[in-house]
Design a protein around this ligand. Structure first.
Ligand SMILES: [Zn+2]
Ligand SMILES: [Zn+2]
Length: 176
């Protein structure tokens, strides 16, 4: 077999991709041993692969951002429901009732934030030591504590999520 590039030279090797004959000089040009067209093609393929990977990475990042946003919207919807229930309960079921607009807004806001506090403590749940998880009384106490803590931590948790979602939205806009 003769060299693909030099018909006057004897081939000492073959292209790893297409099997064309290559002389010593041509065979030493690329590692692994390849002819000119195959080397160019393999380089293009590699660039394409890198580009695809980059696009995949971007898409994954964007999906995570959209997830954060929809999670916030979902929690807000639950918050609105909880808020309405609390305002209704205070207005009709308690002796104090609701005293004016600001009272109503205050109750609504605190109640609205409860699901945000709840979410925060649900996140912390993964840090509970394993030996406690199997005990029923732990969950009983935990649930009671979680409700109270959600009420207390709701407002800061909501503000934190709100800021995070606004920043996330900005990142989404920048990607588009
Ligand atoms: Zn080749
Ligand atoms: Zn050659």
């Amino acid at each position: 077999m003769k060299c693909f590039n030099h018909p006057d030279r004897e081939a000492v090797a073959t292209c790893q991709k297409c099997g064309k004959g290559l002389c010593r000089e041509c065979a030493e040009k690329y590692t692994p041993c390849m002819c000119e067209p195959c080397a160019a093609k393999s380089q293009r393929d590699q660039q394409q692969q890198a580009q695809n990977k980059e696009e995949q990475r971007k898409q994954k990042y964007k999906d995570a951002l959209v997830d954060t946003r929809s999670e916030f919207i979902k929690t807000s919807v639950i918050g609105i429901i909880v808020g309405i229930i609390f305002v209704w309960y205070q207005a009709t079921q308690t002796t104090e009732g609701i005293d004016g607009f600001s009272d109503c807004v205050g109750t609504f806001f605190v109640a609205f934030c409860i699901p945000f506090g709840w979410k925060f403590f649900t996140y912390l749940q993964s840090f509970i030591p394993i030996f406690l998880i199997g005990t029923w009384w732990f969950w009983f106490i935990y649930l009671a504590v979680k409700i109270v803590l959600s009420l207390l931590a709701g407002v800061p948790a909501f503000i934190y999520q709100l800021v995070k979602t606004i920043l996330t939205q900005r990142k989404i806009n920048r990607l588009d």
